[in-house]
Structures are given as structure tokens and as C-alpha cells.
Design a protein around this ligand. Structure first.
Ligand SMILES: Cc1cc2nc3c(=O)[nH]c(=O)nc-3n(C[C@H](O)[C@H](O)[C@H](O)COP(=O)(O)OP(=O)(O)OC[C@H]3O[C@@H](n4cnc5c(N)ncnc54)[C@H](O)[C@@H]3O)c2cc1C
Length: 414
């Protein structure tokens, strides 16, 4: 394309939406994408099913966003969950609503979302160049001037007045998001807030999680303990892995875990396997089971209280004679069982880093971006959208919606 009005760097969620909006406004849009096709990260979202957005109201939605979701009000007023669903529907992608307000394509295929958005952009006349790695964005006298990219080992420089940086974060670098946008932004004078992996699984010290690997528990409570005091807790689903802990409750707690680890604090996770029962109620229940099955070996009673994969860990940690009959279990031993069911402790060694983080926390400082346009306050013709910004959210379709909404707003080129 000769003399594009606008260059968009990155054909992910934000870049695709920005390109569609700008093309609808009659702009000549060129998208430079370093991978061989669009939306590589979208393809792996929601375990390949793509949790497109969430049914939350704007007010509830922004409470899921960090460090401050209020920045997104103007973007969400312009383009929110119903708008992305309507746009996809218009492109032939039907959606379904699941537990927790999560929307997915009815086909359960993330590829359908990518194909629809890409086709829409093409139909509107957007030009894509793939395998085109942008090397730098140049300014002159405070205005965007040109973009230089590498293709087939050759450097190409294009003059352009408007650029939207939609390069994503640093997580899952195999999808193309390797943090290049932060470098461009910094060179253009923007401040980058400290980058950290977010929504990331954690490694634990002992072998207990490893012994339960593959076990997924739906209704547990996990408490985060930092230097001995409780900082947060989450109820929901947890997954034990060969290295430690994962699953929604851990990913949600991970924002605070990563910060505490950065500060070299002692981090522990306490798991309550029976959050619906108080210590006293659980004690009564165990007492009843012991009474009703007095002749059974204690070891054989654990199946009433725990999934099979967790039982060997309890055997190991309890240090009680499991061969004794249920009727011979002392009150002290019973309380030990109850305590462990409500307080299994895991010391956190580290997190799994950007290669396994769902998103990147930190990014282009929001104070230097106009929330009504996504335009840089420092360089004319420069815009940012998506994860490259200092915005990240919990799981539940929130992160894609942020990328869609900020992309859409930036594409307006106000
Ligand atoms: C495993 C996983 C599952 C997830 N599941 C969900 C989910 O179900 N729901 C949800 O809401 N969010 C989910 N997310 C988060 C969500 O995918 C991201 O927040 C979102 O894709 C960010 O969109 P983006 O457009 O800002 O960046 P990206 O989608 O990462 O797109 C950035 C694009 O820029 C390109 N690029 C980067 N640098 C250059 C360069 N120098 N030159 C040219 N191109 C470049 C990249 O190749 C990439 O295509 C998930 C993330 C992961 C890792």
C-alpha cells in the first residue's frame, strides 16, 4: 500500500479492532504483523475456545482491572461487551453465555473469532503484511514520521503520520508478543510502568503438589499468607501441577504473589479443602464418619473426605497410625485431620514467568495517554491499544475486551 493514512503494529485483538474501525472511517490502513498470520494469541485463549468477553456491567467490569480500571470508562462507553458480540454476530460468529458471565463462540473455536475479524478487516480494505517485524517508530518535531520494519531480511521504511502500537505484552512470547511495543514507546519518550507477569502459576517447595498433579478441585478456598499474615483469599477452582499450583484461584492471587516475591517476602498458600464447613462442623462430620465406621481401618475412611489423588499426601503429612480402627482414633488425632483438611500449607518458591503468564502487568503509563482517544499526549499521531498499556485484568474475558475496546477507540483517530 502506498501512502497509508495509518499503520497499525500488531494484528492481535487490539490491532484487528483498530483496523476495522479505521477502515470503516475510510482510512487507508496498513497492518504490520511479525507472525505469519493474525491473532496467534487469540487462538490459544480460553484453552482454544476464546472467552471473548464478560457480561458484567461497566461498573463491575472495571473492578476486575488493574491498576485502575476507571481509565477505561470512555473506551467502554464507546464500545463494550454487547458491541463486540454484535460485531462478531454480524460476521457470522454466534456466541454463548457460560458460568461467570463468560461469552464464548458457540462453535467453541477461537479460530472462528480470528477468521471473522480478519475477514471483516480485509473486506473493509485493510492491507496486512505478515512476517513484517517492526524495528522502530520514528518521530520528527513531536509528530509521527515513519515506521521501519524488517521483511525477508530487508529493512523497509514507510512514511506515515499515524501509528497505533498494538504489540501486546510479553507473555507467551511464542505468539509474537515479545514486548517490542514497550521499547518503541520508551524511545518515543513514554514512561513504562514496571513490567511483571500476571495471572501466572506458581512453583512450590515441597513435593506435595507434585504428588497431586493433575488433580483439579472446584470448590476450595486458597488464602495468601505473606510474612505470616493473610493478605487475600479466593474461592473457586485450583489445579495441582508437577511444579506447584495453578488454576483460576491461584492466577487471581498471583498478582499479589508476584509482588511479594519481588520484595523477597515469604509467601505461603493455605488451602481449605472444605470451605463450606466451619472447623466445628467438619469435626462433627468426621466424628460421625468415625463412629459409623468404627470397625474400618482409618486409612480407608479418607475416601469419604478427599479425592483419591490427595489421600497419599494426607497420609504423609498426618503422621498418624493409619492401620488403627476408626473407633480407636483419638480426639487429638481427629482434630489433626480436620486442621489439615482446612489448612494445607504450600510454600511458594517462585512464579512461572512470562512464558506461562496469561498477561503482563505494567506497561505504557496511562497518565500520558488520553483515555478518550488512546492518543499519546507526547507525540502527535501516536496511539496505543491493548495489553501494551498499563492495564491488565482477571480471567473471565476481561483482557480481550480491554484490547477490543481500546483498539476500537484508537481506530477512531480523533
Ligand atoms: C494462554 C492464554 C489464554 C488467554 N485467554 C484469554 C481469554 O480466554 N479471555 C481473555 O479475555 N483474555 C485471554 N488472554 C489474554 C488475551 O489474550 C490478551 O490480553 C490479548 O490477546 C491482548 O491483545 P493485544 O492485541 O493487546 O495483544 P496480542 O493479542 O498479544 O497481539 C499483539 C500482536 O502484535 C504482534 N507484534 C508484536 N511485536 C511486533 C513487532 N515488532 N512487529 C510486528 N508485530 C508485532 C504480535 O505478533 C501479536 O500478533 C489469554 C492469554 C493467554 C496467554
Amino acid at each position: 500500500m502506498k501512502n497509508p493514512d495509518l499503520i497499525i503494529i500488531g494484528a492481535g485483538a487490539a490491532g484487528l479492532l483498530a483496523s476495522i474501525r479505521a477502515a470503516m472511517y475510510g482510512q487507508k490502513v496498513l497492518v504490520l504483523e511479525k507472525m505469519q498470520s493474525a491473532g496467534k494469541k487469540i487462538l490459544i485463549t480460553g484453552k482454544g475456545r476464546c472467552n471473548i468477553t464478560n457480561s458484567d456491567t461497566i461498573k463491575d467490569f472495571i473492578t476486575q482491572v488493574f491498576p485502575d480500571g476507571r481509565f477505561l470508562y470512555p473506551a467502554f462507553k464507546e464500545f463494550f461487551n454487547e458491541d463486540i458480540l454484535a460485531l462478531l454476530e454480524d460476521c457470522g460468529v454466534e456466541t454463548i453465555l457460560e458460568r461467570g458471565g463468560r461469552y464464548f463462540p458457540k462453535s467453541e473455536k477461537a479460530a472462528d473469532v480470528v477468521d471473522a475479524l480478519y475477514k471483516k478487516a480485509i473486506d473493509l480494505g485493510v492491507e496486512f503484511i505478515f512476517n513484517a517485524k517492526v524495528l522502530s517508530v520514528e518521530q520528527k518535531d513531536g509528530k509521527i514520521n515513519s515506521v521501519t520494519y524488517l521483511i525477508d531480511l530487508e529493512e523497509v521504511k514507510i512514511q506515515v503520520k499515524n501509528v497505533i502500537i498494538c504489540t501486546g505484552g510479553k507473555s507467551y512470547p511464542g505468539t509474537g508478543s515479545t514486548g517490542d511495543g514497550y521499547i518503541f514507546a520508551k524511545k518515543l519518550g513514554h514512561k513504562i510502568e514496571k513490567l511483571l507477569p500476571a495471572l501466572v502459576p506458581v512453583e512450590t517447595f515441597d513435593e506435595n503438589a507434585n504428588m497431586m498433579q493433575g488433580l483439579s478441585l472446584k470448590n476450595i478456598n486458597a488464602s495468601l499468607i505473606v510474612d505470616g499474615s493473610e493478605k487475600d483469599s479466593e474461592f473457586g477452582e485450583l489445579l495441582f501441577t508437577h511444579y506447584g499450583l495453578s488454576g483460576p484461584v491461584i492466577l487471581t492471587l498471583s498478582r499479589k504473589i508476584v509482588l511479594a516475591l519481588e520484595e523477597k517476602r515469604k509467601v505461603k498458600i493455605l488451602i481449605d479443602f472444605k470451605p463450606a464447613l466451619s472447623f466445628e462442623k467438619l469435626d462433627l462430620r468426621i466424628l460421625r464418619d468415625l463412629d459409623e465406621n468404627g470397625k474400618m481401618k482409618l486409612a480407608n475412611l479418607f475416601k469419604f473426605w478427599l479425592p483419591q489423588k490427595a489421600i497419599p499426601v494426607f497420609y504423609k503429612l498426618l503422621n498418624i497410625d493409619l492401620e488403627k480402627k476408626a473407633s480407636q482414633v483419638s480426639a487429638e488425632e481427629r482434630k489433626k485431620i480436620v486442621f489439615l483438611l482446612k489448612n494445607m500449607e504450600f510454600s511458594v518458591k517462585t512464579h512461572r514467568g512470562y512464558k506461562e503468564a496469561v498477561v503482563t502487568a505494567g506497561g505504557v503509563c496511562l497518565n500520558e495517554i488520553n483515555p478518550k482517544t488512546m492518543a499519546s499526549k507526547l507525540v502527535k499521531g501516536l496511539y496505543f491499544a491493548g495489553e501494551v498499556l498499563d492495564l491488565d485484568a482477571n480471567t473471565g474475558g476481561y483482557n480481550l475486551q480491554i484490547a477490543f475496546s481500546t483498539g476500537w477507540l484508537a481506530g477512531g483517530l480523533y
